[in-house]
Design a protein around this ligand. Structure first.
Ligand code: M6R
Length: 623
């Protein structure tokens, strides 16, 4: 969604802001703007659509000046247009404001400012901030911003500059992320560390209701009552080029290939050997609490929910705790009974998803303990949780989540095994088997990635089909759901996932040669039923792609009519995606990878914009 970058120093602020905005493109946006202060006053430049338009505009007419703020906007209040794009200006055109978040009371503020004579130029909620700052500005920009934000209800990260204060930039937040980057004789603000990682690896992570005065030579952080706040710099742990494509055509492709290393990072220190107990630091739970939990609820949105659904299965099975899984938006509506001793596990890559954050707060109000499974360190969800299990996936840029999904599943697997060990709820041999399977995973993931050419051949066969069905049972039903979501997000092929047990209750009516069915049919407790389902699909002329363990001799020929017309699908062997054998409960981790590759290559063959799929934003910070 929206992104913010700001700079003060001796270099050209507009080009630093522009590069930062480029790195925020993945979040999704539909317009962009930059404002700079020079000795002569304030100048803005705005474009609708792609940042290439901004690049062309800056090439044709550079925007010089050592102080500037930039913004990418994902429309919520008012359509994408020049008027609605940020930065928004005060009435006297001396103050510029960029804002992420949503102001709940902007209509009341707009009405009263209009009555006071302020003329609005946009439909946005943000414009009220620019006018409020002008109203309160008496030569001290920080004091004016402070006074303005006291009037605001809702979520915001705000950057503000003023033509009459050319040596400072003000930034403030409540519920929307904000960091201040620390340079040498220059400083930055950003809504996301990735935007400024190429410039610095040291940032201050700003808390709610903290305001920062940023000059070339320093950063002062205070609360809204001007009490100084002491903050240690946070050192960004990933290298400057982590958010680059590194030779891959698309971020999604790179991130799929990063999974073996991410698995190693995710397990490091938590699972060292089959004989060591699992370690989890900072999850904010005592042994007694873990032993005493009587109910667990997983909640999240989208892909993160699919990881949560794997967790629902594993927590029940391994830790023997009754476990539910609810989409974050639904959890608030369902208003479930939360008995004493309930744990809520919140899953989110960004840690900023609005529905997930709301669900977390609702669960806390009801007295649940909250542990979150998060990628982005110090994000809002991480901060509001009782404990955090970081997934250690590194920056994920592609809108379609891949490595974050796998690392969410892996972290949840480790968490469930940890609970099982603490509670003594699972036979030690079973735990050892699962630990051994997890330790083998990075190598197996590498092996799966070497088989990418086979997946490309399958993709070539099906990329023009209009519909797809993904079928699985048990612990891999979420794998089917995730496979279908990946395909629809980036290829725009209509894809549905069903429990194969539901086939005969409706979806089988859709089976025909133009709908391909991806069936997860790995040997295990649901194998025979999956074989039956594949036969039913083939008998109705449905093409089947099967995901099976290496060496399976049955699935390629399942449902094939050897005596039929060789040009007919029913007589042709099933298309196979082979994966190395693992345990049933660890299989979602290995099955995810070829399904991600399949979606990727189908979308690539269709020529889609894989890293920035239409209508989608990486981080959904509005409900
Ligand atoms: O940042 P989060 O994990 O909370 O995001 C949740 C969903 O918005 C996200 O997983 C979404 O479904 C992705 N586009 C999936 O690829």
């Amino acid at each position: 969604m929206c992104g913010i970058v700001g700079y003060i120093g001796d270099r050209e602020a507009s080009s630093i802001c522009f590069s930062g905005l480029r790195r925020l493109e993945y979040r999704g946006y539909d317009s962009a703007g930059i404002a700079v202060v020079t000795g002569k006053g304030l100048t803005t430049r705005k474009v609708v659509g792609n940042l290439n338009n901004m690049e062309t505009s800056l090439d044709e007419a550079p925007l010089p000046g050592p102080l500037g703020i930039g913004h990418t906007r994902w429309a919520t209040h008012g359509k994408p247009s020049i008027e609605n794009s940020h930065p928004h200006l005060s009435q006297n055109n001396k103050i510029a404001v960029v804002h992420n978040g949503i102001l709940d009371n902007y209509q009341e503020l707009r009405k009263s400012l209009t009555a006071e004579g302020y003329a609005f130029r946009s439909q946005t909620d943000t414009e009220v901030v620019a006018h409020l700052v002008e109203k309160y500005y008496k030569g001290d920009l920080r004091a004016a911003v402070c006074e303005a934000v006291r009037q605001l209800h809702g979520a915001f990260a705000i950057g503000c500059i003023c033509a009459d204060s050319p040596d400072e930039m003000i930034a403030v937040r409540r519920f929307s992320p904000l960091v201040v980057g620390i340079g040498d004789g220059e400083n930055y603000i950003a809504s996301d560390m990735g935007a400024i990682r190429a410039e610095t690896d040291r940032v201050y992570v700003i808390d709610d209701d903290e305001i920062c005065k940023i000059t070339r030579d320093g950063v002062e952080i205070t609360d809204l009552d001007c009490n100084p706040v002491e903050r240690e710099p946070y050192v960004i742990p990933w290298p400057a080029d982590a958010a680059q494509k590194g030779g891959y055509k698309k971020f999604m492709h790179k991130e799929i290939h990063e999974q073996p290393d991410a698995m190693r990072a995710c397990m490091a220190g938590r699972l060292n050997s089959v004989d060591d107990p699992i370690h989890f630091e900072n999850i904010g739970l005592t042994v007694d609490e873990i032993k005493g939990f009587e109910k667990v609820i997983f909640t999240a949105c989208g892909t993160a929910m699919h990881a949560g659904l794997v967790g629902r299965f594993l927590m029940d099975k391994l830790a023997r705790i009754p476990t539910e899984g609810d989409l974050a938006a639904e959890l608030q509506v369902r208003d479930p009974v939360i008995p004493k001793n309930t744990l809520c596990v919140v899953v989110s890559q960004s840690g900023e998803t609005a529905d997930t954050l709301e669900a977390l707060r609702a669960m806390k109000r009801k007295g649940a303990k909250v542990v979150s499974v998060i990628n982005v360190v110090d994000s809002s969800i991480a901060r509001e949780s009782d404990g955090v299990a970081y997934i250690q996936a590194g920056p994920e840029i592609s809108v379609a989540s891949t490595k974050a999904y796998s690392m969410q599943v892996l972290t949840i697997e480790l968490l469930c095994l940890y609970f099982a060990e603490v509670r003594g709820s699972c036979p030690p041999d079973e735990i050892r088997k699962l630990k051994a399977a997890l330790l083998k995973l990075p190598k197996q993931a590498e092996e799966v990635l070497t088989r990418e050419p086979d997946v490309i051949e399958v993709a070539k066969k099906y990329y023009e089909k209009p519909n797809a069905l993904y079928l699985a049972r048990g612990v891999n039903l979420p794998s089917a759901m995730e496979g279908a979501l990946k395909l629809k997000e980036i290829s725009y092929i209509h894809a549905e996932a069903y429990s194969a047990g539901e086939m005969k209750h409706g979806p089988i009516a859709l089976v025909e040669p133009n709908m391909f069915v991806t069936a997860i049919a790995c040997e295990g407790p649901t194998y025979d039923e999956m074989v039956g389902n594949i036969m039913e699909i083939k008998a109705r002329s449905g093409p089947v792609i099967a995901v099976s363990y290496d060496g399976d001799e049955k699935i390629p020929q399942t449902g094939v009519d050897p005596g039929g017309d060789p040009t007919d699908i029913t007589s042709q062997p099933n298309d196979m995606i082979w994966v190395p054998r693992t345990e049933e409960l660890t299989s979602p981790l290995i099955i995810a990878i070829p399904l991600q590759l399949l979606a990727y290559h189908i979308a690539d063959l269709r020529g889609e914009d894989i890293d920035q799929p239409r209508n989608l934003a990486k981080t959904v910070t509005v409900k």
